[in-house]
Design a protein around this ligand. Structure first.
Ligand SMILES: Cc1cc2nc3c(=O)[nH]c(=O)nc-3n(C[C@H](O)[C@H](O)[C@H](O)COP(=O)(O)OP(=O)(O)OC[C@H]3O[C@@H](n4cnc5c(N)ncnc54)[C@H](O)[C@@H]3O)c2cc1C
Length: 328
């Protein structure tokens, strides 16, 4: 109602808690790396393993903490200085955290901030509960654009779809989500699924693309920029942007429910294994192509590739049966 929302928007948002979202540095469809918990954190109330409490939004709490845990603040400062003094390590951290890398601690905090309180609270993001308990968190909110248009684009293959993602970046899209052919099969019978996906070739791939803006005029300009890029692509059918929120929601439901859908159509007794990899957007097509080759080579033809293509971030899911010795 206020046209604002929190930045992180994982597909699990209706069941996840804020503590879990912050402790995982979960992002989502629109959030990317600009609006995640790390980037939108305002302050945090945290309880450390020794029971000490720190509210980084309160001057009194900071002062008290500086008196009770000077060792910790000095240690954090020292770590930061060590990293800054090591150009090779600094460069590696800058490079790794430019992509949607949420694996391990937010080591970029050691470079991004000098104030030990700011370093500490940002290290908590993505620490999966290992550094302390996040009791409260205050975020800077981000705009929730009112005007949106969504299209479900079909491509002849995964590599062409990925190559288009790189072209779309910076052209007014707020989200580009990829679903490969196997993923499409797992959702093709759900309500709201475009009928055409049942009759696609074996290599087809979909991109769910959304343009969003705070005015209708701005939205249509963004959509036009996207359509211009798409005019040079080999789409299986013309791009059909939908502005009715109900139709958009139905398309998003397919994408957000994909992981549970894949799980539900697997063979009884098998296990769902999901992985999460991120690369620079320019390498996305190569990543997708290589993954597909690996699956074919090792006999995982039913593996599904999907994810936050705009951020160079793909998931792959496969369902081995660990009752079989050759799968273990
Ligand atoms: C269907 C599905 C879709 C998903 N989609 C996305 C997506 O689009 N993008 C994305 O980034 N992620 C996604 N995720 C993963 C996402 O990161 C998690 O769903 C979410 O962050 C977990 O929140 P939770 O409250 O369930 O945390 P939990 O699973 O309960 O906890 C997660 C971790 O945080 C720690 N933790 C929890 N609360 C606190 C606290 N208060 N203080 C300190 N540590 C704490 C826990 O110890 C644990 O290590 C998805 C997951 C699922 C199942």
């Amino acid at each position: 109602a206020h046209g604002r929302k929190i930045g992180p928007d994982p597909a699990s948002i209706h069941s996840a808690m804020i503590g879990g979202i912050a402790a995982n540095n979960a992002s989502g469809m629109c959030c990317g790396t600009d609006q995640n918990s790390y980037r939108t954190l305002k302050s945090m109330r945290v309880v450390l393993a020794d029971g000490s409490l720190l509210d980084t939004g309160s001057t009194e709490s900071r002062d008290a903490f500086a008196k009770s845990r000077p060792d910790l603040l000095e240690g954090v400062k020292r770590l930061s200085e060590q990293v800054r003094g090591n150009p090779e390590l600094s460069e590696l951290i800058h490079r790794k955290y430019k992509i949607k890398n949420t694996t391990g601690y937010s080591l970029n905090a050691l470079l991004d901030f000098e104030d030990p309180f700011e370093i500490l609270e940002h290290l908590m993001i993505g620490s999966e509960g290992t550094l302390g308990f996040i009791a409260e968190i205050t975020y800077h909110t981000v705009p929730e654009p009112e005007f949106k248009s969504t299209a479900f684009l079909l491509f002849p293959n995964l590599v062409e779809a990925c190559a288009t993602v790189a072209e779309l970046r910076g052209k007014g899209v707020q989200a580009v989500e990829l679903i490969d052919r196997t993923g499409l099969r797992s959702v093709e019978n759900q309500s709201g699924a475009p009928e055409t996906i049942r009759n696609l070739g074996d290599d087809a791939c979909a991109l769910l693309v959304e343009c969003a803006a705070e005015t209708e005029n701005e939205r249509s300009l963004k959509q036009a920029a996207v359509e211009k890029v798409l005019a040079d692509c080999s789409l299986l059918e013309p791009a059909d942007f939908r502005t009715d929120p109900k139709e958009s929601e139905a398309l998003w439901k397919l994408r957000k429910g994909l992981f549970p859908s894949v799980g539900s159509v697997r063979e009884t007794g098998s296990t769902v294994v999901i992985e999460d990899v991120a690369v620079q957007i320019e390498s996305l097509a190569e990543l997708a192509g290589s993954l597909q080759q690996l699956f074919r080579k090792h006999g995982y033809e039913k593996a599904v590739i999907f994810g936050h293509a705009l951020e160079g971030n793909l998931h792959f899911v496969f369902t081995p049966d660990f009752n079989l010795p050759e799968e273990v």
